[in-house]
Write a protein that binds this ligand. Structure first.
Ligand code: IFM
Length: 462
């Protein structure tokens, strides 16, 4: 199971989840600062004000990346550090921070992979409509252009958005994520403006320079029907359409999938879509980032389920009659099924159905309730998870998928959004009291695979 020469091995993080220093150097407030202040929004009532203190401890964190032998580090840039009020007034100290971070990577031989939007919208833009406003997409392109102008002499790889599905549907339909809205029509408008922001961002960066490699990161799932019954097939069609095809069709075919557009008409007349938007969203990209954690099996019910008391509305708009089948598989601490085969299927499907020049797995990993024993974290479950998914990647590569790299999620334990610090995804443990970092066994196992550039069943604990 050898990976191709030049295969990129990395670890990923996101600004809000690790940086802390939330009121330092002119940073503005983001929608996540705001949500964290809402009682009950975050499981442990925590926030991102300190997180992993990466804003101050980044040299130590980059040393760990280098020591593990990883050639790449995926990080995100906090929009509110660069444009604190979202209005075009630039905060130089924010740019300087990312400039130092990038220089730190290059000094250690680590290739930076930058993401421009990993969910931390300036609150000031939310106050004027957030992603339901077309203006937010234009503001994103302006922000992307500024950051790109400052860093593209040293950063080649740029992703516009991370997981626009989450921003739109967890943010505006189920309300689990910031800005905590529960309006399906707003979610559909938000997802369109996010995709428009992506297209405008690509155009703006291309106008700055043609040397960059530009892409977007989407979260994908392999969706299987529970049976061949019309109801089950239709449930799988809708889930797959909303979760996967919506993004890939728009980017690579220049159109949203018509079946999902028709489904969404129950909620919106799409009056926010303007001539030319589809072409903008389909602006050619150099790579597609795929985040993969799990997959779904769906069943169509005869009637919509009534939400249990206290249960959030579904983020899958109009899918109250879809049930997720428990296949009795092993689950992570998030309750997500462990299905490595779904990653191979997803990669092969993307390569088969869309003209994708290059793919990266930009996130893959698992939360487990770790324990420290004699100064070590023997996280066997996480090690097995990563190894099984690397095997899934190697099978896809053997099948001809243009997979060019893999980034484990995450380098560090961090702020897991609505779960606060109660879920640990890191291959490096963070003690939130002392901010001490502890390299877990999974990091060492990953490092061994990276250094060998091969996954070997003999050496594997999977
Ligand atoms: O922590 C998140 C990350 O921010 C986006 N992708 C999924 C991860 C695990 O939930």
């Amino acid at each position: 199971m050898k990976f191709p020469d030049g295969f990129v091995w990395g670890a990923a993080t996101a600004a809000f989840q690790i940086e802390g220093a939330s009121d330092v150097d002119g940073r503005g407030r983001s929608i996540w600062d705001e949500l964290c202040d809402q009682p009950g929004a975050i499981l442990d009532a925590s926030d991102g004000s300190v997180a992993c203190d990466h804003y101050n401890r980044w040299p130590e964190d980059l040393d760990i990346v280098a020591d593990l032998g990883l050639g790449a580090y995926r990080f995100s840039i906090a929009w509110p550090r660069i444009v604190p009020l979202g209005d075009g007034v630039i905060e130089q100290r924010g740019l300087d921070f990312y400039s130092r971070l990038v220089d730190g990577m290059l000094e250690r031989g680590i290739t930076p992979y930058a993401t421009l939007y990993h969910w931390d919208l300036p609150q000031a833009l939310q106050d004027s409509g957030g992603w339901t406003s077309r203006d937010t997409a234009r503001r994103f392109a302006d922000y992307a252009s500024v950051v790109h102008q400052h860093l593209s002499d040293r950063v080649t790889y740029w992703s516009t958005l991370n997981e626009p599905w989450c921003s739109a549907f967890l943010g505006y339909a189920s309300g689990e994520h910031a800005p905590g809205r529960t309006e399906p029509a707003e979610a559909i408008s938000a997802v369109h403006h996010l995709m428009l922001a992506h297209g405008l961002g690509i155009q703006a960066m291309r106008a700055n320079s043609t040397d960059s490699q530009l892409g977007i990161v989407v979260n994908m799932y392999d969706v299987q029907p529970a049976s061949e019954s019309p109801a089950d097939l239709d449930a799988a069609r809708r889930l797959d359409g909303q979760q996967n095809r919506w993004y890939l069709d728009a980017i690579f075919r220049g159109t949203y999938p018509q079946d999902i557009v028709e489904d969404y008409r129950t909620f919106t007349d799409f009056d926010f879509v303007v001539d030319g938007d589809a072409e903008c969203i389909a602006e050619p990209i150099d790579f597609l980032g795929i985040n993969y954690y799990s997959s779904f099996m769906t069943r169509g019910l005869d009637a919509p389920k009534s939400p249990l008391s206290g249960e959030r509305p579904t983020p899958w708009v109009g899918c109250d009659d879809v049930e997720f089948v428990d296949r009795g598989l092993a689950k992570t601490h998030m309750g997500w099924d462990v299905i490595p085969d779904g990653l191979t299927a997803t990669l092969e499907r993307v390569a088969r159905d869309y003209p994708v020049p290059s793919i990266y797995v930009m996130e893959n990993g698992a939360a487990y309730p770790d324990e420290v024993t004699d100064g070590r974290v023997h996280d066997v479950d996480r090690t097995n998870y990563i190894e099984a998914h690397l095997k899934a990647c190697s099978l896809a590569v053997s099948a001809g998928v243009p997979l060019d790299g893999y980034f484990v999620w995450s380098l560090l334990d961090n702020f897991e959004w609505a779960w606060g610090y109660e879920r640990r995804f890191g291959v490096v443990r963070v003690d939130y009291e002392t901010q001490e970092r502890l390299v877990k066994d999974s990091a060492l196992a990953y490092s061994a695979i990276v250094r060998a550039n091969r996954w070997s069943p003999d050496e594997s604990s999977a």
